[in-house]
Design a protein around this ligand. Structure first.
Ligand SMILES: Nc1nc2c(ncn2[C@@H]2O[C@H](COP(=O)(O)OP(=O)(O)OP(=O)(O)O)[C@@H](O)[C@H]2O)c(=O)[nH]1
Ligand SMILES: [Mg+2]
Length: 305
């Protein structure tokens, strides 16, 4: 039986989770026929996408990203939202796939029907992983998820990729970083729309407050990424749930502030434009490489040694 993009799209929009999983598998595939089917599907579904807030979540391994997603996720579901969690994890082949273990760390969340968790353990070049995640975001939105979390391990270039596909970039820090802020690169701080010092509980509570103060003063030297928005630095404990309500309130006030100022729409438009150019240059490069290979083979056949 041939591929029926209309039928799959209809099932996905109707809320069929298996259809959504299948669609994401298609966009993740590198097979040429799958990519063609994915393109067909995206063409049908893109007009239905976009109605969400896309939140990027990053931080060094072990900072508590998954625990935070579990805590925050359950809160937003209780408020009647639907949440999809995706991962950009180009390092998974090195780390053994840390995000793969997330279903166990997001135990409650993964059992709830209003949540959809999709680990993407496939290693590959960052451009490829980011492209698939971007397309998966659109699919989740078309399926009715109105909050999208994109989690990434804070190593390498993945933060930039995630910041470029989300409306709000949330950076998680550990308490007790000291003056150098745990070696957090200035570049990453510049991407943040919100900073959270996690693990502000027990013996670490005081250290977390100090780190937050250090971070606030470091941020005064950095130009905020979003015009008209002062990057808040908060403390929380993803484990106990302390401070999580306040974080959600901040996310909501960010959303209304950037919507009113027009920044929300502006950033999305700029991201869509960048994405289009990325796709065009990738496409041209692929044609060029194919053509180059073809010419190389032809010249070898013509001039055998
Ligand atoms: N005390 C305390 N521990 C926490 C908190 N949040 C997470 N942890 C613990 O820190 C460890 C790492 O948490 P994860 O949520 O797996 O961290 P992660 O950032 O997702 O890690 P990777 O996926 O490996 O990058 C676990 O043992 C958690 O229980 C917190 O708020 N307080
Ligand atoms: Mg994790």
């Amino acid at each position: 039986m041939g591929f029926d993009s209309q039928a799959l799209a209809a099932e996905l929009v109707a809320g069929n989770r298996r259809a959504l999983s299948r669609a994401i598998t298609l966009v993740e595939s590198t097979r040429a026929d799958h990519r063609a089917q994915a393109a067909e599907l995206l063409q049908i579904l893109t007009p239905k996408a976009g109605n969400s807030i896309r939140v990027g979540i990053s931080g060094v391994p072990g900072v508590g990203k998954s625990t935070f997603v579990e805590a925050m996720g359950n809160k937003v579901l209780d408020k009647g939202h639907r949440l999809a969690v995706l991962a950009v994890d180009p390092s998974s082949s090195l780390s053994g796939g840390s995000i793969l273990g997330d279903k166990t760390r997001m135990e409650l969340l993964s059992r709830r029907r209003e949540a959809f968790i999709r680990p993407s353990p496939t290693a590959g070049n960052l451009g490829g992983v980011a492209r698939r995640t971007r397309e998966s975001v659109l699919l989740c939105e078309a399926a009715g998820f109105d909050i999208i979390f994109v989690e990434t391990v804070g190593v390498g270039q993945s933060e930039t990729a995630v910041a470029e596909m989300t409306d709000l970039f949330l950076l998680l820090l550990l308490p007790g970083g000291g003056d150098d802020l745990q070696g957090i690169k200035r570049g990453i701080m510049e991407l943040a729309d919100m900073v959270l010092v996690n693990k502000a509980d027990g013996d670490l509570a005081a250290a977390a407050r100090h780190s937050a103060a250090d971070c606030r003063s470091a941020l005064t030297l950095i130009h905020p990424r979003t015009r008209g928005w002062r990057v808040p630095v908060m403390t929380c404990s993803a484990l106990s749930g302390n401070g999580i309500d306040g974080v959600w309130e901040k996310i909501e006030s960010y959303r209304s502030s950037v919507s009113d100022s027009g920044e929300f729409h502006k950033r999305r438009a700029a991201q869509a434009r960048d994405w289009m150019w990325f796709e065009i240059s990738e496409g041209l490069l692929a044609v060029f490489k194919l053509n180059y290979k073809f010419r190389l083979i032809r010249s070898i056949i013509r001039f055998p040694c």
